[in-house]
Ligand binder design. Structure first.
Ligand SMILES: *Cc1c(COP(=O)(O)O)cnc(C)c1O
Length: 458
């Protein structure tokens, strides 16, 4: 399997190289040249999650991993998800199902991809003898998933920057309590945007980049997208492989894009519905054809508070028929605040995606409604999904809403809605008792560089 950049100017890579490099050298994102079809759909129901994962992921990895390596990585990764089904499907109402993706070690769907790529990184680095330094910026969920997944992994140091005082206590503790010496939580004086800007500075310093073997695991890493394809198949299998609609709480467009890959492989997905909060650039783009960056308005579903939805570039590439020059041009126009999607491409996008947005008030109301109707307590991101899903349910077509985080991860929003703070699940009940380990760092690239050079174990 060969991977090409959406901007057409970077070398063609295999799976392992695309995984280790993250972003393409021309600033683009890697995509497979062709999407493999999958067979044996009717046999999937009742298979263990790990077996479906192997069948779905195998065609993408080509010669990068042997069967034993890939199976081993999958088993270790999903062994850490505390539910026998891994991604259980729970019925909310007639025709409406919740796909629970929050039974992993950090209680958000990001564990599904991060746990797996940590295992794959370890195998690849062991083989090559290479050592790398992963640096990431997080508004919460990505950083905790990365630290949890990479702690104790050989040949890798992980540094995660988060905005000091601006993540939830659960999120912070998930980053600061793992005690492995190769993971480092950095509290940066500033906002999430500052963290992201410093991350860019580091990647743009080519000397530093080569010196420490800088690598990225943010949501544009193709290997993360691949891992997220799997649960569309297990959900569809549980519903008898009937044509099914999926609603996905969306920020950087990684999770929903995995859904379109699943569909291209042959999963019986009818509509893919993009659910956004008040930061609705994607909903506006799909409705008006104008992709225009605004100011981020902080919401109670912070993991979806984005201005630029990075994986959307992949959907655009397909919508423009693989015209990399056109994509490079659009991304250039981003520097001046946005662009207009061509009529043909907009049409193509609308064949792939439907969209909806809900306000803060509607999100809170949905947490209340679902609690009243079912006793179930949703996290605010999943509530955005459920609210948009309810606007789109059609008789006779099952609707699956992706539940992207556990409500205990966002206790303030949940308390505001239904007056209770959901307890942490038993496997992390001690989170508030463990000692924290964190380095404060100024919003300054040189301070950051010296800290990384001093702390890394490699
Ligand atoms: C990251 C995240 C999202 C958004 O997912 P994307 O793949 O970026 O669209 C939604 N909900 C939660 C809880 C998240 O952590």
């Amino acid at each position: 399997m060969r991977y090409v950049s959406t901007r057409g100017q970077a070398p063609v890579l295999d799976f392992e190289q695309a995984m280790l490099s993250g972003l393409a050298r021309d600033g683009g994102l890697y995509l497979p040249e062709t999407v493999p079809a999958i067979s044996g759909l009717d046999e999937m129901d009742g298979l263990p999650y790990a077996e479906v994962a192997y069948r779905v992921i195998r065609p993408f990895t080509g010669d990068s991993f042997t069967e034993d390596e890939l199976r081993g990585a999958i088993d270790r990764a999903y062994g850490r998800i505390e539910h026998a089904a891994k991604a259980p499907l729970r019925q909310l109402a007639p025709g409406h199902h919740l796909l629970e993706l929050f039974h992993g070690p950090t209680l958000a769907f990001k564990d599904f991809a991060m746990q797996l790529i940590a295992q794959l990184f370890e195998i690849a680095l062991k083989r090559s003898g290479q050592r790398i330094t992963i640096v990431g910026a997080t508004s919460g969920d990505t950083g905790s998933a990365a630290i949890e997944a990479f702690k104790g992994i050989d040949n890798v140091d992980v540094f995660i920057m988060f905005p000091h005082g601006r993540v939830s206590e659960v999120q912070r503790r998930q980053m600061t309590t793992p005690d492995a010496s190769n993971v480092h939580a950095l509290a940066v004086t500033g906002h999430f945007d500052d963290c992201q800007a410093r991350l860019k500075d580091l990647f743009n310093d080519h000397q530093f980049r080569d010196q420490v073997g800088l690598a990225g695991v943010n949501s544009i890493n193709w290997a993360r997208v691949v891992a997220q394809i799997v649960y569309y198949f297990t959900a569809a299998a549980s519903l008898g492989m009937r044509p099914t609609d999926f609603t996905v709480p969306t920020g950087n467009f990684g999770d929903i894009f995995a859904g379109s890959i699943a569909r291209a492989m042959g999963a019986p997905i009818r509509r893919l519905i993009v659910a956004t909060n008040q930061n609705d650039i994607l909903h506006r783009a799909l409705t008006t054809g104008e992709y225009r960056i605004g100011e981020v308005a902080p919401s109670i579903s912070p993991s979806m508070d984005i201005q630029v939805s990075s994986n959307f570039e992949r959907a655009l590439y397909w919508a423009y028929g693989g015209d990399a020059a056109a994509i490079a041009q659009l991304m250039d126009e981003m520097k001046t605040g946005g662009f207009t999607i061509s009529q043909g491409a907009l049409q193509a996008l609308r064949e792939q995606y439907v969209s909806g947005r809900v306000s803060e008030e509607e999100t809170i109301q949905m947490i209340r409604t679902i609690r009243a109707e079912t006793g179930e307590v949703l996290c605010p991101h999943s509530a955005v999904g459920a609210a948009v899903a309810r606007q789109h349910i059609q008789p006779g077509v099952p609707m699956v809403t992706l539940a992207t985080a556990h409500p205990a991860k966002f206790p303030d929003a949940v308390e505001k809605a239904v007056g209770l703070r959901p307890p942490l699940p038993p496997h992390m009940a001690d989170l508030f008792d463990l000692p924290e380990r964190v380095s404060r760092v100024e919003n300054d690239v040189d301070a950051l560089k010296s800290l990384i050079l001093e702390r890394r174990t490699n």
